[in-house]
Design a protein around this ligand. Structure first.
Ligand code: EPU
Length: 421
């Protein structure tokens, strides 16, 4: 095995400050939205991640001029090539986000069909259904989606399922249509709202009634550039919060948006943690005593408990005093980390979409394999909690979504090292 891995030793009572980076899942749709205009766009607080590099590569290949200065991206110019490279789409499903902007700006495009991934089949039928309704001809051929329209029509469309990138794609698709469109059952994740802010700056009139999940959009034929800050990554923040409790530490977490963390804070408090909201952008998390209470968690769309935090909580609950249940309602195959945690001594049984986690006294270090991005984060937490040494392999998953996590954690005293084999 000739790949980097993480070597982790039990690390307790960490102390210090962790700074959260910008949200990958907000930065990616903002980057794709630059296709809507040739004017310069500025995106600030962009995290330094593999997925961001892939999106830069994809947009550059399509003709965009991109300049990166630390965490700021300057993107401008027209698209010359309306086809997405298949190898990049294979590496990053979020490439599908260029579809909406291509339709809106150029009324045509050829986008490689994203396949499923380890957490589920992940269809994009809702993105395509809305496009068809607008008058886009769609042909699926040799793994590519060919899109072509002579005119784009406004729509009144209800999503059959709540989809984050689906909502983002369709909002972009409608952004050049001057007549009013209505979207119902939309996703209202903070990352979607970040994109809406950029679209508004571009000249799109959008109103989102979050309570009823209804978006009203009036586009503009000519869209301007934008200058926007990526929101703090609520999943990185949540990962650090769980990690603080799991390691019996006291950690201040900065650069967060506390309004985006409610369900995570509520559950950590139920588990017995102290969470002090210090300001609108910082929290102090510590464990009251070393006892973790069991929880009953169900993942759901925002503002519910995020599926992207499920693996991290599973690690924490594996040493709770009693039995917890975790219902995964979003992705059908997102419990693969359970078998890796079992190698570390966790006691987890899975029945359909529910995992029952019976708390054990301690986890024991082991060699484990990441199966997806958030599973890797869960394994890092487990490794820090476990007695002895752990090795985490397949950490390219982790690099897709966490900006230098081992460097951040080392600074607060964690024994974690990247080994380049
Ligand atoms: N779905 C459909 N049809 C569609 C679209 C979605 O049936 O056309 C289903 C999916 O199969 C899934 C559910 O709807 O069961 C929700 O999927 P959604 O489309 O919301 O997921 P996504 O947009 O592909 C984003 C994040 C994920 C995060 C989910 C849920 C990005 C780039 N990705 O994915 O992030 O888990 O929303 O919140 O925004 C991660 O960061 O690790 C990650 C996987």
């Amino acid at each position: 095995m000739n790949e980097s891995y993480l070597l982790i030793e039990e690390s307790k009572q960490l102390k210090g400050v962790l700074k959260v980076s910008g949200a990958k899942n907000a930065a990616l749709p903002l980057m794709a939205a630059t296709i809507l205009t040739e004017e310069p766009c500025i995106i600030r607080n962009v995290p330094n991640l593999l997925d961001i590099k892939h999106m830069i590569e994809l947009l550059t290949d399509m003709g965009k001029k991109i300049h990166q200065d630390k965490n700021t991206l300057y993107i401008e110019g027209p698209i010359k090539n309306k086809e997405t490279r298949e190898d990049i789409v294979r590496r990053m499903r979020a490439s599908v986000l260029v579809m909406g902007p291509l339709i809106a700006k150029y009324k045509s495009g050829k986008v490689s069909m994203p396949g499923g991934c380890s957490i589920g089949a992940r269809p994009i039928d809702q993105h395509l259904k809305a496009a068809k309704r607008m008058g886009v001809d769609i042909e699926i051929e040799q793994g590519f989606i060919n899109l072509k329209a002579s005119i784009l029509n406004p729509i009144d469309f209800t999503f059959d399922v709540i989809t984050v990138t689906g909502t983002e794609n369709v909002l972009c698709m409608l952004s050049t249509i001057e007549e009013e469109s209505i979207l119902r059952n939309v996703a209202i994740e903070p990352e979607v709202i970040n994109l809406v802010e950029a679209l508004k700056q571009m000249g799109v009139d959008i109103n989102i009634d979050e309570e009823n999940r209804v978006a009203t959009i009036k586009g503009s034929k000519y869209l301007k550039g934008f200058d926007i800050e990526v929101i703090p990554d609520r999943i990185e923040a949540g990962t650090f919060m769980v990690l603080a409790v799991a390691t019996n530490s006291s950690v201040k977490i900065e650069n967060v948006n506390v309004y985006h963390l409610k369900s995570i804070v509520d559950n950590l408090k139920l588990a017995g943690a102290n969470v002090d909201i210090l300001s609108k952008d910082s929290v102090l998390v510590s464990s009251k005593n070393s006892v973790i209470n069991p929880l009953n968690i169900e993942t759901s769309e925002y503002p519910g408990f995020p599926t992207d935090m499920q693996a991290q909580f599973m690690s924490l609950l594996s040493v709770a005093k009693g039995e917890s249940s975790i219902v995964e309602n979003i992705f059908e195959n997102r419990f693969q980390h359970a078998q890796e945690l079992a190698r570390m001594g966790a006691c987890i049984t899975i029945h359909s979409k529910t995992a029952f986690v019976k708390g054990v006294e301690r986890l024991k270090g082991a060699e484990v394999f990441s199966t997806d991005l958030r599973a890797s984060a869960g394994l890092v937490i487990a490794g820090l909690m476990a007695e002895g040494k752990s090795i985490i392999r397949n950490i390219y998953h982790l690099d897709r979504g966490y900006d230098h996590i081992e460097q951040k954690l080392e600074k607060i005293g964690a024994k974690i090292k990247r080994v380049n084999a």
